[in-house]
Design a protein around this ligand. Structure first.
Ligand code: UFG
Length: 340
């Protein structure tokens, strides 16, 4: 059987493709390359360039391959952008996901693994957050993903599609073997931005708000290493293929770090100081998001391997250096940044 990975040329999806290939799985990637890279998908994985909301294309893939499972990563993921351009998020993360689900039911696909987000909880009332806690997203990104969770649950009940919904906390780091990392141009995620500032690829970094009700006034997040995260997806796939029930699981380590703490680790691991400026709060940011992880550990028997912030930062630094150390002639296109 073959796994269809939407968004498999992107950061997290690309690591999933590597993990699936390492496990001997057959993989078809569907990616429009809007933020992903052709070179992130290496044979024997097959890349189809296109839109996962294009039902004719998706149906063709289902006809041409024996797909038993979909791992759906393709999405828009930047919280502040979702505030300024909400309809883009409702189109990509909700409306197109609906089309994908319709194709999946028509072709009787058995298993669906969905990349959801801690943003579905909004501003949590208690910490750590459990899967059963209230779902009150405070930004369009979280709402666009929550609607897809609901569609998936309803579709699962009506059509016998088994699913695992994984609610990611803050994903960071890179493949420990150095094959892949986060290559997104104009990245906004904290660890990526901080590493770029340390290496001098940005003039410095803005801290968005130091007046939150947290220990040092900056936002607290639970940073999970990307290889650990995709390992949870492989375990979810195995669980479903063995006939396991549909699940919703948080993906994090159950530990929170403030923005200042992350910056300290980046400065310490890199040995480089960089300019930090305090700015106003960024719209849509909850003060603190820390995962309760009992459920994923008990249901999927998931044990993280890289639960260590300095290790995650070191991987991000190594990847960033690789991206920028390519000779200039190789930097003719963004894709080349990833090649080799
Ligand atoms: N931050 C800064 N300066 C920066 C970048 C980020 O201060 O240059 C702060 C943010 O304000 C926030 C924290 O660092 O407080 C983390 O921000 P990120 O942009 O790295 O990540 P988010 O928490 O906004 O969002 C990420 C994913 C979402 C996911 C969420 C869940 O992008 O998909 O984590 O915790 F929903």
């Amino acid at each position: 059987m073959t796994v269809l990975v939407t968004g498999g040329a992107g950061y997290i999806g690309g690591h999933m493709v590597l993990a699936l290939l390492d496990a001997g799985e057959k993989v078809v990637v569907l990616d429009d390359l809007s933020t992903g890279f052709r070179s992130a998908v290496q044979p024997p994985a097959k890349l189809v360039v296109g839109d996962f909301g294009d039902m004719a294309l998706v149906e063709r893939i289902f006809r041409e391959h024996s797909i038993d499972a979909i791992a759906h990563f393709a999405a828009k993921i930047v919280v502040p952008e979702s505030v300024t351009d909400p309809l883009r998020y409702y189109l990509n993360n909700t409306a197109k996901a609906r089309n994908l689900l319709e194709c999946a039911t028509r072709h009787k696909i058995k298993h669906f693994i969905f990349s959801s987000t801690a943003a579905v909880y909004g501003e949590p009332q208690s910490s750590p957050i459990h899967e059963t806690d209230p779902l009150v997203p405070i930004n369009p990104y979280g709402r666009s993903k929550l609607m897809t969770e609901w569609m998936l649950q309803d579709t699962g009940k009506a059509h016998g599609l088994n699913y695992v919904i994984l609610r990611y906390f803050n994903v960071a780091g890179a493949d420990p073997k150095g094959r892949l990392g986060q290559s997104t141009p104009q990245a906004t995620h904290l660890i990526k931005v901080a590493v770029q500032a340390a290496l001098g690829f940005r003039p410095g970094l803005e801290v968005f708000g130091n007046d939150y009700p947290t220990k040092d006034g900056t936002c607290i997040r639970d940073y999970i290493q990307v290889t650990d995260l995709v390992a949870a997806h492989l375990m979810a796939l195995e669980h479903l293929r063995k006939g396991g029930e549909s699940l919703i699981c948080n993906c994090g380590y159950g530990k929170g770090f403030s923005v200042f703490e992350v910056l300290d680790v980046v400065k310490e691991v890199s040995g480089i100081d960089f300019k930090v400026q305090i700015s106003a709060r960024r719209p849509g940011d909850p003060a603190s998001l820390v995962a309760g992880v009992g459920h994923i550990k008990s249901m999927l028997n998931w044990t993280p391997k890289y639960d260590d912030l300095p290790t995650i930062v070191r991987q991000a630094l190594d990847w960033e250096r690789r991206l920028h150390n390519k000779p200039m002639r190789e930097k003719s296109s963004a894709e080349d940044l990833l090649a080799g």
